[in-house]
Design a protein around this ligand. Structure first.
Ligand code: 5GP
Length: 214
């Protein structure tokens, strides 16, 4: 039995951050694949696509002028400069997803996480993914072979600045084993969905129970 309807549920805004290469994208993709009710927020960015990335899937790839136009039109819920490029969260798809009772997953940096949390604190759940070591992080960035050496060096240089923000997050997962890290992320999401405040429809179930004779 479930009286749950889209209108009687408050969506979760699940924000996942980590330094580049700690595995947040793989973890996010798996969570999305396993949960059709969870929509991925696809950001706009001015950086060039990496090999294998598709416009509209990983990002909406735009030039600086088009990005600025979106900023001027107030089309972003938040935007930030990361690794010398701009990244922004389009507002309209988020509002649309929430209005039909879906949850939204954001793969964004600490600046974006802070902006979303300050705008919707009761609905936002922030998860930080840590690498098991800096060596493992460097190995992952090299092994995915998507970025040039100087880009990798810059990303590694910034990793500690990103890690320093860990205490702003509700949950922290050490990704030393993908399956375990995924199990933990999955558990966080499931538990957050079950919070009483996100499920006002439970009042109806309780009222029915109170009216029933055994
Ligand atoms: P990458 O270039 O490796 O895909 O992403 C670089 C960083 O930008 C990552 O930490 C990623 O989470 C972050 N990022 C991606 N999209 C957004 C966004 O819309 N807003 C913010 N604030 N950060 C983003």
């Amino acid at each position: 039995m479930s009286s749950e309807t889209a209108a009687s549920r408050r969506g979760v805004l699940l924000v996942i951050s980590s330094p580049s290469g700690a595995g947040k994208t793989s973890l996010s993709r798996r969570l999305i694949a396993d949960h059709p009710e969870l929509a991925l927020s696809v950001s706009a960015t001015t950086r060039a696509p990496r090999p294998g990335e598709l416009d509209g899937r990983e990002y909406h790839f735009v030039d600086v002028a088009a990005f600025q136009k979106l900023v001027n039109e107030d089309a972003f819920l938040e935007w930030a400069e990361v690794h010398e490029h701009r990244y922004g969260t389009p507002r309209a798809p988020i509002m649309q997803a929430l209005s039909v009772g879906r949850d939204v997953l954001f793969d964004i940096d600490w600046q974006g996480a802070a902006a979303i949390a300050s705008r919707a604190s009761a609905d936002t759940v922030r998860v930080f993914i840590l690498p098991p070591s800096m060596k493992a992080l460097a190995e992952r960035l090299h092994s995915r072979a998507q970025d040039a050496e100087d880009v990798i060096a810059r990303r590694l240089g910034r990793a500690k600045g990103e890690i320093a923000k860990w205490a702003d997050y509700d949950y922290v997962i050490v990704n030393d084993d993908f399956e375990r890290a995924y199990f933990e992320l999955h558990a966080i999401y499931r538990a957050e969905r079950l919070r009483r405040v996100r499920n006002p429809w439970i009042e109806v179930v309780v009222a029915q129970l109170m009216n029933e004779e055994p």
